[in-house]
Design a protein around this ligand. Structure first.
Ligand SMILES: [Zn+2]
Length: 141
């Protein structure tokens, strides 16, 4: 007998589209994922595109492989093209394995990620830079 979960359904109807309030980039580390989704909820981003890949915004600032940056860029461009997001929220988290056991200069990393993206999107695109830590989320300017 195969499993099924008939009560687990999408919120939208077939063919229905939405505008994403933001494209939110984060890391796949399960220790930080519940906080990531809580952050999205607290921010009121009921419609968003969440892009969750190892390292989160690190893929844009200091990727271990150029393919990571291209994949992340493709995902963000797709969010903007399909769901008209006008805000990109970049998140890094403390103790991220993508940094190999060292804590990076978060501001430098997030600034570099934003700078990279600015080459691909209009000046009207808005950016937010956040660090998810063991003591909550903090925004960097
Ligand atoms: Zn991570």
């Amino acid at each position: 007998m195969s499993e099924s979960f008939p009560n687990i359904r999408p919120w939208r109807k077939p063919g229905e589209h939405y505008k994403a309030k933001a494209t939110v980039v984060g890391c796949f580390d399960d220790g930080f994922l519940p906080a990531f989704f809580e952050f999205i909820e607290v921010k009121g981003l009921d419609r968003k595109d969440a892009i969750i890949l190892p390292g989160g915004a690190k893929s844009l600032s200091s990727p271990a492989d150029e393919a990571h940056r291209k994949t992340m860029l493709w995902a963000i461009q797709t969010s903007v093209a399909l769901h008209h997001s006008d805000t990109i929220i970049l998140v890094l988290h403390e103790n991220c394995g993508a940094y190999g056991g060292t804590e990076p200069d978060y501001k430098k990393e997030l600034d570099a990620a934003e700078e990279y993206l600015r080459g691909f999107f209009p000046d009207t695109m808005k950016y937010e830079k956040w660090v998810s830590g063991f003591n909550g989320y903090r925004r960097l300017e």
